[in-house]
Ligand binder design. Structure first.
Ligand SMILES: C[S@@+](CC[C@H](N)C(=O)[O-])C[C@H]1O[C@@H](n2cnc3c(N)ncnc32)[C@H](O)[C@@H]1O
Length: 215
């Protein structure tokens, strides 16, 4: 685990902060995709005001901060102390928002409580063995709780568990939509939907986005 944490620390140090305003002039927003000002918004998650929300791999906290401004009670978990510190520095003033430095599997296996919404954007759902990870997410959800996550879709010929370029100690589960549907169902989720969100004009890679409910 030390090597994985160190890899994500290196990743954190190389990242530039998200800009202050998006194209619409908003200071907070949720972005499921790898492209700015693109793709679906937080409506994927259903109602948010008063809901307990957990983000796994919350990074610098920019997506979760947006959900806190909509009235959700938010907890962000990230393995990287540098990412958590950046998140606290930028968003720590917002009510209903806290950040924890923890490995996502360990956090979920502890007494994390029940969440109404769990999300992960290019986060540990992609970097953790789904057969172990998904049942933990399912157990951390309240009845009818919503789980949604996104990551890059697999490229043709890519094998599951291939090494991540930015953080070489990290394995990655690059599954297509139909395999995620199977894995989510096996972990006890229902109402499962998935798509590859089309890329913006001029780009050829879309974004895989899955949504499921604690059945
Ligand atoms: C590609 S970044 C995405 C960050 C953020 N979700 C975003 O969209 O900007 C992946 C994040 O997941 C965190 N992460 C990776 N594996 C993790 C794990 N097993 N437990 C907790 N956090 C993890 C990394 O430290 C990093 O901040």
């Amino acid at each position: 685990m030390k090597a994985v944490t160190a890899a994500w620390e290196r990743y954190a140090e190389g990242r530039t902060p998200r800009r202050a305003l998006n194209a619409a002039g908003a200071s907070t927003w949720l972005n499921w995709t790898q492209y700015p000002d693109h793709g679906p918004d937080e409506s994927v998650l259903g109602p948010l005001s008063g809901r307990r929300v957990l983000e796994l791999g919350s990074g610098t906290g920019c997506n979760l901060a947006h959900l806190a401004t909509l009235g959700a009670e938010c907890v962000g978990v990230d393995i990287s102390p540098t990412q958590s510190a950046k998140a606290r520095r930028r968003w720590g003033h917002l009510p209903g928002l806290s950040f924890r430095t923890a490995e996502a599997t360990e956090f979920l296996a502890g007494d994390s409580g029940a969440f109404d919404v769990v999300l992960s954007i290019f986060g540990p759902v992609w970097f953790t063995d789904p057969e172990k990870f998904l049942p933990l997410v399912r157990a951390g959800l309240s009845p009818a709780g919503v789980f949604a996550f996104s990551h890059r879709p697999p490229r043709a010929g890519q094998r599951p568990g291939a090494a991540l370029h930015e953080a070489r100690a990290v394995a990655r589960w690059d599954h297509p939509v139909e395999e995620w549907v199977r894995l989510l169902a096996a972990a006890g989720f229902g109402n499962i939907t998935g798509e590859v969100v089309a890329p913006p004009k001029g780009k050829d890679e879309g974004t895989l986005l899955m949504r499921a409910e604690a059945a």
